[in-house]
Design a binder for this molecule. Structure first.
Ligand code: FES
Ligand code: FES
Length: 885
């Protein structure tokens, strides 16, 4: 798009009030609203693409993406944000989103509310399909649209005089209480990091590498420093402490220095602090970098070739090699009644969390820095920032601002270090937010993995052997890539009994964007291959696809891939049983349907010492602060911690205030591996029991003010894959799932039945929402999502082209919650954040084969009728109104 050159003052009406706001070249109406007007409910999700809807406001009465309207063209416009809706309408929306669990992270919701308000004004009684169609320009990455649309339909009913159903105000285990702070999230009142500000605040911007591999000859900041409004420009030379960081290997420099190589297109060469964001970005673009171009390493094969150049100076190109062997796989494969083999290929995809990375750092009077972060492990962020600055950790007070989605993509440090360095240098508050383009370039992705897999079974369809070779492109930095491939290997046999196993997995450095954690963590890749092989074996045996899974599904006492013998909470057969009748009905009716199963670890395991830490503090205002070390990112962690507290103490939910900051040293590592509920829940439950003792002794909360109830739960009984132990305890716990995907007569996905073992249900609304959202992500993974790169650079940054499914693409989802209580979890609960998409792509492939006879072994399955029926690739950005050009 083109912006009008210049700057000036724009006069417009915002929420009924006349406003005059300054603007400068490059700013949009969204910047005017969020800056001079101080209205932060419209969010920056993809600006200036106009493809996510997070910034939507009513402009001259109609919903529009404000990021597409140049500020200088906003003269005379009438703008309404959620703050300007009538009080009754605001109440309807906030109540409906609470009652239906219609939001998760909440980042997308204010824009959705305005779109829905406009729809309901035009069509008071819309159908579900009409609501979905109206949301075509919006993206929600969390909810899977199901409950979000429920919320809008509930508002429609409320406007027609029906009461919005109310949820119980409090409740412990199993209670369907509302998500913590839903009302504020629905109305855009709960700030995200980019919504924070301070007087005198500076804005940061970064200069990224133009190339995937090159030697940096010179970084010249002269022109950038000369721009009026620029306060500081930092490069590698300005880092006082340790420049290299990383969650497992310290192989990732916050800045690449002169004389070093850049290793991918998200490497940072300079960071600018300026009086405005526009100036900061202009200056960052004027940092001149002289490169000596080098040939990038772009595939696992090239990376592992004997003469390959070293991608990362801190590690050889082979990042990891995981091996699992049990029994005599070769003999079993050769001697079994039926064998199948093939090569499955999965793709790199982008997390597409709706809130791009942003960090805000405020120097405090006592010499400390206050770091507001959205990271998935705020104490890891603190540690790495302190190292970079060369100061003690105690001098960085870190505070989590619950984020607008993460899905694994916010585990590694992103811009926290750069914002902190700029604040340290300038001694002024600095906020540094990435654009969507920069976000896509910078953070690690889901691994593309090639899987060569052979499997065999006897005449009865009982698996005898699995032989698998995984190779994953981990990109320029380790992140947690070695663990992702280790996890893929450890889940190679799925939830099935396989006596002979031969599995190897390698992760390799390349000059592609790094790959690391993403929901499922290597397991969806493994499931896509194994479940495909199981379908092929079923056909060879003449068995129904449900039946072959039932015959092989593990029971208590059976071994999984790693040799771990599961003695408890094995719910796979319960999930299979839950779909048995609908599956049989579908088969009887000759429907085209597919089925797949999955298991997914809770907890990092593999010998890593893990922690759940909690402090309950009785406050003078009658509340109890619930401190923990894990991150709320839409999954509902803070809500379930409140529910555990209620369950134990008997106090109402309104008493508890969950918090994550450095008041106490509660570093537990990353919120990853579906372990928040498991470990934070254990710690909070344990701390709450101590409070309960005092309450039972007759003390009131008022008498207990100032008391701190502490619990540090260590989990140190898992075993490394490399230990050689016959039956290692590789993980604390596992979730299980079976999903059935049903196609319509045209081959479109019509319905998904998702049966999941969650241990014990803490809150059914949250459980369903996690699964619906994961199924949405899994369907996109199966059919339409990918992030192809050429010479290490993504070929598109367009949200439409990245392929996430829109509301009208989402089929009906029927969630069935199954409980196989986990004795090591709080009240029997275990994690379910990731498993929701583990079987999905495989179940879609299974359904498609039943439809057209084609066994698809490469993701995404874009050639399929199911993919072609989606709106992906068909949505076009609206042409700007004539007056806005
Ligand atoms: S931020 Fe404007 S549509 Fe995404
Ligand atoms: S709730 Fe919609 S993006 Fe998170």
């Amino acid at each position: 798009m083109t912006f009008e050159p210049g700057q000036g003052v724009v006069r417009l009406t915002v929420n009924g009030a006349a406003r005059e706001a300054p603007w400068r070249d490059g700013e949009t109406l969204l910047d005017v609203l969020r800056g001079p007007c101080g209205i932060t409910s419209p969010k920056r999700g993809c600006a200036p693409q106009g493809q996510c809807g997070a910034c939507v406001a009513l402009v001259d009465g109609a919903p529009h993406a404000t990021c597409t309207i140049p500020a200088g063209s906003a003269e005379g416009l009438t703008v309404v944000t959620v703050e300007g809706l009538p009080a009754s309408e605001r109440e309807h929306f906030s109540s409906a989103f609470a009652a239906t669990h219609g939001l998760q992270c909440g980042f997308c919701i204010p824009g959705v509310v305005l779109r829905a308000h406009h729809l309901l004004e035009q069509e008071p009684e819309p159908t579900r399909a009409q609501v979905a169609a109206a949301l075509g320009e919006h993206l929600c990455r969390c909810t899977g649209w199901v409950k979000l649309i429920d919320a809008i339909l509930a508002v429609g009913k409320a406007r027609r005089g029906h009461p919005v159903p109310e949820l119980p105000a409090t409740g412990g285990m199993g209670a369907r209480i509302a998500r913590y702070r839903t009302h504020e999230l629905a109305l855009g009142e709960r700030p995200f990091v980019d919504d924070l500000s301070r007087p005198g605040m500076l804005f940061g911007a970064v200069t990224l590498s133009a190339h995937a591999r090159a030697r940096v000859i010179r970084v010249d900041t002269t022109r950038a420093r000369a721009i009026p409004g620029v306060v500081a420009v930092a490069t590698a030379r300005d880092v006082p402490g340790e420049r290299w960081n990383g969650l497992i290997h310290a192989d990732w420099p916050a800045f690449v220095a002169e004389g070093e190589e850049v290793r991918y297109v998200g490497d940072v060469l300079a960071a600018v602090a300026a009086e405005s964001e526009v100036v900061a970005r202009q200056a960052a673009a004027l940092v001149e970098v002289e490169y000596e171009l080098l040939t990038p390493v772009l595939s696992v094969e090239d990376s592992l070739a004997p003469d390959a150049p070293r991608v990362n100076p801190r590690h050889e190109n082979l990042l990891s090699h995981s091996v699992i062997r049990r029994g005599d796989c070769a003999t079993a494969l050769a001697s079994s009644a039926h064998q199948v083999s093939g090569t499955w290929q999965t793709q790199r995809i982008e997390h597409l969390f709706l809130e791009p990375e942003c960090a805000f750092v405020v120097p405090l009077e006592d010499g400390r820095l206050h770091l507001y972060t959205q990271g998935q492990g705020v104490f890891d962020d603190r540690h790495q920032v302190a190292r970079l600055l060369g100061i003690e950790e105690e001098r960085v007070f870190v505070e989590l601002v619950p984020n607008g989605g993460a899905f694994g993509g916010k585990e590694d440090l992103s811009v926290q270090a750069h914002a902190a360095l700029l604040a340290w240098i300038t001694q002024r508050p600095v906020k540094l937010a990435l654009s969507r383009h920069e976000s896509i370039r910078m953070h690690p992705k889901r691994h593309p993995v090639r899987i060569e897999l052979a499997a065999a079974c006897d005449t009865e369809g009982r698996l005898t052997a699995v032989h698998a070779r995984f190779s994953g492109d981990s990109g320029a930095y380790a992140s947690v890539g070695m663990k992702v491939l280790e996890r893929a290997a450890g889940h190679a046999c799925g939830p099935y009994r396989v006596p002979n196993v031969d599995v190897e997995a390698v992760a390799a450095y390349t000059n592609n964007p790094p790959c690391g954690a993403m929901r499922g963590f290597g397991v969806p890749q493994a499931a896509f291959a194994l479940e495909g092989a199981l379908d092929l074996l079923a056909a060879k045996c003449g068995l129904d696809r449900w039946e072959i899974r039932w015959r092989n599904a593990i029971d208590e006492g059976d071994e999984i891939t790693t040799g771990q013998r599961l003695m408890k909470s094995v719910g796979i057969k319960a999930t299979l049983a839950a779909v048995r009748e609908p599956w049989q009905a579908l088969m009887r009716d000759g429907r085209h349907a597919g089925i797949a199963c999955g298991l997914k670890n809770s907890g990092l395991g593999n010998g890593v010492v893990e922690w759940g830490k909690a402090r309950l503090v009785v406050e003078a205002d009658g509340t109890v602060s619930v401190y923990n070390g894990y991150t709320e990112m839409g999954q509902g962690l803070l809500t379930v911690l409140v529910q555990f507290s209620v369950e134990v103490t008997g106090l109402p939910a309104s008493v508890f205030r969950p918090k994550v900051d450095a008041t106490f040293a509660l570093g537990c590592g990353q919120t990853t591996g579906s372990r928040g509920t498991l470990f934070a829940g254990r710690a909070v439950t344990s701390a709450a029991r101590k409070l309960r003792v005092d309450l039972d002794a007759g003390h009131t909360l008022a008498a207990l003010v100032g008391n701190v109830y502490a619990a540090d739960e260590v989990v140190d009984d898992t075993t490394s894959l490399a230990s050689g132990v016959a039956h290692p305890k590789t993980h604390t716990s596992y979730g299980f799932a079976t999903q059935v995907v049903v196609l319509d007569a045209a081959g479109r996905v019509e319905r998904v039945i998702a049966a999941h073992d969650v241990g014990r249900v803490v809150n059914p609304g949250l459980c369903e929402g996690q699964i619906e959202g994961a199924v949405h992500m899994g369907l996109g993974y199966a059919l339409t999502e990918e992030l192809p790169c050429v010479d290490g650079m993504p070929i598109t940054f367009s949200l439409y082209q990245l392929g996430a499914l829109r509301a009208k693409d989402m089929p009906e989802v029927e969630v069935i919650l199954v409980e196989a209580p986990e004795p090591e979890g709080p009240f029997g609960a275990k994690g379910l954040g990731e498993i929701g998409l583990v079987p999905t792509a495989a179940a879609v492939a299974s359904a498609l084969e039943s439809f057209d006879g084609v066994r698809r072994m490469r993701l995404p399955m874009k050639d399929s009728p199911a993919a072609r029926a989606t709106s992906v690739g068909k949505i076009r950005t609206k042409a700007p109104r004539e007056s806005w050009r």
